[in-house]
Design a protein around this ligand. Structure first.
Ligand SMILES: *[C@@H]1O[C@H](CO)[C@@H](O)[C@H](O)[C@H]1NC(C)=O
Ligand SMILES: *[C@@H]1O[C@H](CO)[C@@H](O)[C@H](O)[C@H]1NC(C)=O
Ligand SMILES: *[C@@H]1O[C@H](CO)[C@@H](O)[C@H](O)[C@H]1NC(C)=O
Ligand SMILES: *[C@@H]1O[C@H](CO)[C@@H](O)[C@H](O)[C@H]1NC(C)=O
Ligand SMILES: *[C@@H]1O[C@H](CO)[C@@H](O)[C@H](O)[C@H]1NC(C)=O
Ligand SMILES: *[C@@H]1O[C@H](CO)[C@@H](O)[C@H](O)[C@H]1NC(C)=O
Ligand SMILES: *[C@@H]1O[C@H](CO)[C@@H](O)[C@H](O)[C@H]1NC(C)=O
Ligand SMILES: *[C@@H]1O[C@H](CO)[C@@H](O)[C@H](O)[C@H]1NC(C)=O
Ligand SMILES: *[C@@H]1O[C@H](CO)[C@@H](O)[C@H](O)[C@H]1NC(C)=O
Ligand SMILES: *[C@@H]1O[C@H](CO)[C@@H](O)[C@H](O)[C@H]1NC(C)=O
Ligand SMILES: *[C@@H]1O[C@H](CO)[C@@H](O)[C@H](O)[C@H]1NC(C)=O
Length: 540
């Protein structure tokens, strides 16, 4: 599906061949493959040690045993002919990061940095393949440590500093230098795209290093990071660790709670389709689930203590002095949130952060209290909170930030993105229409954490392992294509359109599409078509 106009300036397939030689200034006597093999020995940048440079053809099945790709896959299919450059970059005398830059034959002059997730630690090969097959010179790094645990942070502030901002900053700067050295031509425009921890990295770059990227897609951001982690720890302590306790709410009872939430809130947007468009409007009354006096069967109702617990889990988290630390869990995610926070185990994120950053490995995350949350918030190492609501410098330099959050996010409540929107407007004293010039926030119904969910969640953030040129997609359907046309042609999004799949999983047939509204608008079903008809909805 090629929906971009044929005169699209930098991507048009036919034009690519013609402008290719201009960008590739390596000696014409050398093929791309020869230039690639020679590149490792030619590249000379301070603090950088190139491991190798390797030509990979389209369709090649690359084994990446040390790192993750998508999910548990240990292989990445190559989406376009690329020169893969792998290197180690020293960030201090005792810390370093591994970095890969993938340089496509059909380079568009653009540069893309992918992000990381959680506390990782992992080169995202899926981003490298997706970006390079979309014509971007693409960089991804290990964020200064290997693996998903927070353990490398313990007593190593330099490794923590890499995680907070230095690795993503360094990846951007070094990645551009490598790109320039290879093509003998400067990068035209630079982009960042990340979700979750990667969403936080995108906000960090806009807040503190506004010059590195022209356009940023920052999804489901882990901003207000210390308090996010505390909130997760707090949810686990409220849910409780004794699964036999009479007030423990089992997974099957959460299913009952979920049905009540849908009964109360699904239709508020006009369509009973199993998807809540605006969770702000949803205020379920959990007392309604208390077993009737004469009930003989309590598998589908709650006792009073369970109802109190469920209600408490939907409260925002306040600090010792009454300040809001983190907004409430969004209703509608009961069954998926169970495994993240309610299953009777300490939140892994809180466990790692409190053991390896806030305190020491002897700390028991089951004992977390509000006093601990205050300690963590006060530490805020290297400003990991990433909650600075002044984007003046990013705005001044013409940067564009597209942010989005799934309304079924079971790890990071989407309400934090709404809180940030209000803080930004207030701090910068800008109305929604003024914010629109550089910052647009979309609430994506039916989307879980970064991907999956019950609705139209696929937005082009990932290729899902498919070989897929983002820029061949309609920017309405693909946030990477969208940020490019916003930055380069001023075509800012009024909505972003998600795709839902027949089986619920990517790769299967498209079920329907739905437009997701730019905040503060909310999506309302107005008919007359079926709810699966995107034109039956209106942003109000
Ligand atoms: C590069 O672009 C040309 C022209 O569109 C196309 O024929 C060719 O397949 C592309 N090569 C790769 C490796 O993507
Ligand atoms: C990186 O740091 C290590 C340890 O200090 C040192 O041995 C190595 O030479 C450095 N590499 C570069 C490229 O600076
Ligand atoms: C890539 O290689 C792995 C391991 O050898 C294999 O399991 C997988 O099926 C291959 N993928 C494709 C698309 O050939
Ligand atoms: C990178 O730094 C880690 C310590 O954080 C060290 O263990 C490792 O040897 C370093 N790698 C290289 C190649 O210098
Ligand atoms: C991460 O793994 C790579 C590859 O195995 C290694 O070269 C690097 O030193 C590791 N980094 C750290 C910080 O241990
Ligand atoms: C819960 O009850 C089961 C079965 O009676 C028992 O095996 C388990 O240890 C108990 N768990 C706790 C946390 O008390
Ligand atoms: C419970 O049972 C009693 C006695 O049969 C009856 O009077 C009462 O109305 C019942 N309550 C409910 C809520 O059904
Ligand atoms: C209790 O209710 C559940 C759900 O309605 C039902 O599946 C189950 O069979 C009932 N159990 C008894 C003992 O009636
Ligand atoms: C309240 O506590 C938070 C952190 O827990 C702190 O940032 C804030 O400054 C405190 N406010 C007052 C008024 O003490
Ligand atoms: C954190 O941010 C504050 C306010 O922007 C700044 O003054 C301070 O230097 C930053 N601290 C670090 C360690 O970056
Ligand atoms: C709308 O489409 C869904 C899914 O195809 C279908 O189940 C439903 O019956 C349709 N509703 C109406 C009113 O046509």
């Amino acid at each position: 599906m090629i929906c971009l106009p044929h005169n699209y300036p930098l991507v048009a397939a036919a034009a690519a061949v013609a402008f290719l030689p201009a960008l590739h200034a390596y000696p014409s006597s050398r093929t791309f493959e020869e230039s690639c093999s020679a590149f490792a020995s030619e590249l000379d940048l301070p603090s950088v040690k190139v491991h190798f440079s390797q030509y990979l053809p389209t369709g090649y099945n690359l084994s990446v045993p040390d790192f993750v790709t998508q999910g548990s896959s240990r292989n990445q299919i190559i989406g376009a002919n690329v020169c893969r450059v792998a290197m180690l970059v020293n960030t201090t005398e005792t810390s370093n990061m591994t970095l890969e830059v993938w340089l496509p034959v059909n380079w568009t002059g653009r540069f893309l940095s992918g992000g990381n997730g959680g506390l990782t630690g992992c080169i995202q090969y899926v981003d490298l393949s997706y970006g390079s097959s979309s014509g971007f010179a693409t960089v991804s790094g290990n964020n200064g440590h290997n693996g998903s645990s927070g353990q490398p942070f313990y007593q190593h502030p330099e490794v923590l500093e890499d995680y907070v901002y230095r690795a993503i900053y360094t990846g951007g700067v070094v990645g551009k230098q490598v790109t320039h050295a290879f093509y003998k031509n400067s990068v035209s425009k630079s982009y960042f795209m990340g979700c979750s921890g990667g969403g936080r990295q995108g906000f960090k770059m806009a807040q503190s290093f506004p010059d590195v990227f022209d356009g940023i897609v920052a999804a489901a951001p882990a901003i207000n990071s210390n308090n996010l982690i505390s909130w997760g720890g707090w949810l686990s302590t409220i849910a409780g660790f004794n699964t036999n306790s009479s007030d423990f709410v089992s997974e099957s009872l959460w299913q009952v709670v979920h049905e009540e939430v849908l009964n109360r809130c699904d239709g508020l947007d006009g369509a009973v389709d199993g998807i809540i468009e605006d969770t702000d409007l949803c205020h379920p009354q959990f007392e309604r689930l208390i077993c009737s006096q004469n009930a003989t069967n309590s598998t589908n109702c709650l006792n009073g203590a369970q109802a109190a617990k469920v209600r408490a889990l939907y409260e925002p988290l306040y600090g010792i002095n009454g300040t809001l630390l983190y907004p409430r869990l969004q209703p509608g995610t009961e069954t998926t949130t169970y495994s993240t926070y309610f299953a009777g185990a300490a939140s892994t994120l809180a466990s790692d952060w409190y053991k390896y950053v806030v305190y020491d490995p002897t700390f028991d995350p089951k004992t977390l209290t509000r006093d601990d949350f205050a300690v963590a918030a006060a530490q805020d190492p290297f400003n990991v909170s990433t909650f600075d609501a002044d984007l003046s410098a990013f705005k001044r330099r013409g940067g564009k930030l597209l942010t989005l959050h799934g309304m079924e996010d079971h790890i990071i409540s989407s309400e934090i993105s709404t809180v940030y929107y209000h803080r930004l407007a207030e701090t910068m004293s800008l109305s929604p229409s003024s914010l629109d010039s550089f910052y647009r926030y979309f609430r994506v119904s039916g989307m879980s954490h970064c991907a999956l969910g019950s609705g139209a969640y696929s937005l082009g953030m990932y290729s899902f392992g498919l070989i897929n040129n983002a820029l061949e997609q309609d920017p309405d359907d693909n946030v990477l294509a969208r940020i490019v046309v916003w930055v380069e042609r001023g075509e800012a999004p009024e909505y972003i359109r998600g795709t839902s799949f027949a089986s619920g999983l990517p790769g299967s047939e498209t079920a329907y599409k739905r437009k997701h509204c730019k905040y503060p608008a909310r999506n309302v079903y107005v008919g007359p078509g079926n709810y699966t008809d995107e034109n039956a909805w209106m942003c109000q």
